[in-house]
Design a protein around this ligand. Structure first.
Ligand code: FAD
Length: 318
């Protein structure tokens, strides 16, 4: 079922969903099931699986020189989605990127998803590769997520890259896109970011999932601005409980979000990560309860390879 249909069917009830990362290359898929199992009692209608493109690593050779190698540390997005749908009978949503994909790669990826019975997809541009500052599209690839949404929509209408193909199968993807309550790192302003977010919706995206935020006011203001700009699609809040002291510096830097002063003070008081995790859980429960009370259709949690803290939150909220 499509995400939009799940929301309609819930008839105003707030749904629980979450995102997982594929395991590091070499790990067994059981590590993913161990992450998902404890969360199934909260009836997620869908589970997102992130996509991780290749990155450059430097390996030291015997002669002491460094060799640059292109590796994918977390492959398996499509396989994990198929396994989730098969094992749990819930919808799995693969993330798909512009980065590292030509249009042909994208088309073939989407064909695989269609054949597997996966009909939701989260369309993203992707970040620049680690060794570069600016995002670089493949020669035959997309520069922005809006272009990727267009290609998916074209496939939904039966238009493939090879115009000579006749009697083509029309796919039926429901497309999600990313939104940033505190603006995307590269956007010159929130208004300009929302302008391009609207473009993604105009091109065919059906819903938005937000970047994590720790102050609900930022989310409510963002929704208000989106609505004022004419965006009517559901805006699903993305939530992440702080779990380690290190994240205090890492999260603002990596995701371009602010942490509220009160949360920072509570984390700084902690003497170990167990205490930090408790603070993160309490904060996220308070955020979740307020969002639920406001009638938000879905709360989406970034599990980042852990389910104990998400379970503790869901137990209090759902
Ligand atoms: P876009 O919508 O293309 O926007 C990128 C920037 O360009 C923005 O600043 C926007 O304002 C600007 N822009 C857009 N269109 C134009 C235009 N026509 N002209 C000028 N400027 C324009 N990354 C991964 O690698 N894998 C994942 O699985 C993944 N999942 C994510 C899930 C969520 C919910 C979120 C919020 C992010 C996720 N990301 C993931 C990170 C994401 O790939 C990065 O944030 C990336 O830098 C931007 O992606 P986007 O789809 O928002 O890009």
């Amino acid at each position: 079922m499509k995400v939009t249909e799940h929301i309609e069917k819930a008839n105003g009830k707030t749904l629980f969903s979450f995102e997982i990362l594929p395991p590091l290359k070499g790990q067994h898929i059981q590590s993913i099931f161990d992450n998902i199992d404890p969360l199934m009692e909260f009836n997620p209608p869908f589970i997102d699986v992130t996509y991780h493109r290749e990155e450059y690593v430097y390996k030291e050779m015997e002669n002491g020189l460094l060799q640059k190698q292109l590796v994918r540390k977390r492959p398996g997005t499509v396989g994990i989605c198929a396994a989730i749908q098969n094992k749990y009978e819930v919808d799995a949503i693969p993330h798909i990127l512009c980065g590292g994909f030509t249009k042909e790669d994208t088309e073939n990826f989407l064909i695989d998803l269609d054949f597997l019975g996966i009909n939701n997809v989260m369309a993203l541009r992707g970040d620049p590769v680690k060794s570069e500052i600016y995002f670089k599209a493949e020669k035959e690839g997309h520069h922005y997520a809006s272009e990727l949404v267009t290609q998916i929509q074209q496939l939904n209408e039966g238009y493939y890259l090879d115009e000579a193909l006749l009697n083509t199968n029309k796919t039926d993807f429901c497309v999600g896109v990313a939104g940033y309550p505190e603006k995307h790192l590269e956007a010159p302003s929130l208004d300009s970011d929302i302008h391009f977010l609207k473009k993604k919706i105009k091109k065919g995206a059906a819903y938005i999932v937000t970047q994590m935020f720790f102050d609900n006011e930022k989310y409510f203001e963002f929704v208000e601005k989106c609505r004022a700009s004419g965006i009517t699609a559901p805006i699903i809040p993305g939530l992440k409980p702080i779990a380690t002291m290190k994240q205090l510096n890492l999260i603002p830097h990596r995701f371009n979000v602010d942490l509220p002063e009160e949360l920072i003070k509570e984390v700084i008081k902690c003497t170990d990560n167990n205490q930090v995790s408790k603070v993160g859980i309490e904060w996220c429960i308070a955020q979740s309860k307020q969002l639920k009370a406001a009638g938000i259709p879905v709360l989406h949690y970034y599990s980042m390879g852990r389910s104990d803290n998400i379970k503790a939150i869901a137990t209090e909220v759902f």
